[in-house]
Ligand binder design. Structure first.
Ligand code: FMN
Ligand code: 7N5
Length: 331
């Protein structure tokens, strides 16, 4: 892991309530997938190309992945994250502790809205309207959560509710209910995605695809992009590391839409490996939370700055282009 990210993680752990630290850090079950997401990057090596004369790209192919409840990490919560994002796309969680309109107002770059389709489609549609009115540029539908993952750390702490004063603000005043709970439903299907397609012209992404056939179905249902993700090891502790699931999805999608990877990205080198395997960009989850908890807006800015700096350096070392033939197993 990049040392700046390690330092921010250590500071976050020191300042956070241990219950909240465990909510952010933890995974599902034995946390096999949580560990494997990072370990998968260590199993691969890159063969740089030389003498390509490509110069150095200024782009940072990174999005901020949606994570819930930023005000548990810092009093400014999602406002600090949004201010720190700069030109980086912020995928704002439906479970944010600041309403989406305020998140977008605080951001200077694009904000996308992450959505759990609610079984009551009127509620879902009202959330979509909220995101549209706020000025979100895309909807990211999380599809890996037919039920909540069982997080043993949270169960051990009895952590089930936000502390007094904090709420999932996007769920306020929907369909005559003061504050709705976010529901996850195994009844959600591709039909719901089609319904969303009918109610909004925003680009629709799906997040949490691992099976290549689902990626093909997603393209068939008109998505703008696919996020290969296992929810940071928080849903099913039997799945592969995100990075290991990436190549088959990239092959199945065959360039028809962009494929983003998240899970375990902790350095510029990790970004380079994911791009070499065909990702268009990566999403960053926990490192943003560690920056936020450690130092608010400044901390999140440092996370993005250090990843940008490191990624550019690695890319220059590799000749400015990343392709799958450059990836080999580390034996
Ligand atoms: C504390 C926490 C909360 C999360 N909340 C959400 C969420 O509200 N919606 C969602 O789609 N994914 C959520 N995720 C998953 C992230 O979007 C992302 O897939 C994952 O964190 C990426 O892995 P990483 O943390 O190793 O970078 C959450 C992850 C964490 C750690
Ligand atoms: C209703 C909040 C869901 C948050 C989430 O997705 C996670 O903690 O992984």
């Amino acid at each position: 892991m990049n040392p700046v990210l390690a330092e921010l993680h250590d500071k976050a752990r020191a300042v956070l309530d241990p219950v909240h630290y465990d909510f952010f850090a933890g995974g599902v079950g034995d946390e096999v997938v949580l560990a494997d997401n990072e370990a998968a990057f260590r199993r691969l090596a890159l063969l740089p190309r030389v003498l390509r004369g490509n110069g150095i790209s200024q782009d940072l192919p990174v999005l901020i992945s949606p994570t819930a409840f930023h005000r548990l990490a810092h009093p400014d919560g999602e406002l600090a994250t949004a201010r720190a994002a700069g030109g980086t796309t912020l995928v704002s969680s439906m479970a944010s502790t600041v309403p989406i309109a305020e998140v977008v107002a605080a951001a200077t770059g694009p904000v996308w809205f992450q959505l759990y389709v609610q079984p009551d489609m009127d509620v879902t549609e009202a959330l979509v309207r909220r995101a549209e009115r706020a000025g979100c540029a895309a909807l990211v539908v999380t599809v890996d959560s037919p039920v909540f993952g069982r997080h043993r750390r949270d169960i051990a702490h009895g952590f089930h509710d936000l502390p007094a004063g904090l709420a999932a603000e996007n769920m306020r005043d929907l369909a005559g209910v003061a504050l709705r709970n976010i529901e996850m439903s195994p009844a959600v299907s591709w039909e719901h995605l089609d319904r969303l397609r009918d109610v909004t012209t925003l680009p629709l992404w799906v997040k949490g695809v691992l099976h290549p056939q689902d990626a093909v179905l997603a393209v068939g249902h008109g998505v703008a992009g696919v996020v290969v993700s296992n929810h940071g090891g928080r849903q099913l502790d039997l799945v592969p590391a995100s990075l290991d699931a990436l190549p088959a999805v990239v092959d199945a999608v065959a360039g028809r839409v962009p494929v983003v990877l998240d899970g375990g990205v902790r350095s510029g080198g990790d970004i380079a490996l994911a791009l070499a395997l065909g990702a268009s960009a990566v999403g960053i989850g926990r490192p943003v939370l560690w920056g936020l908890a450690a130092d608010g807006e400044q901390g999140v800015r440092r996370v993005l700055d250090v990843l940008r700096d490191e990624y550019r350096h690695v890319l220059a070392m590799c000749g400015g282009e990343l392709t799958r033939d450059m990836v080999v197993a580390r034996c």
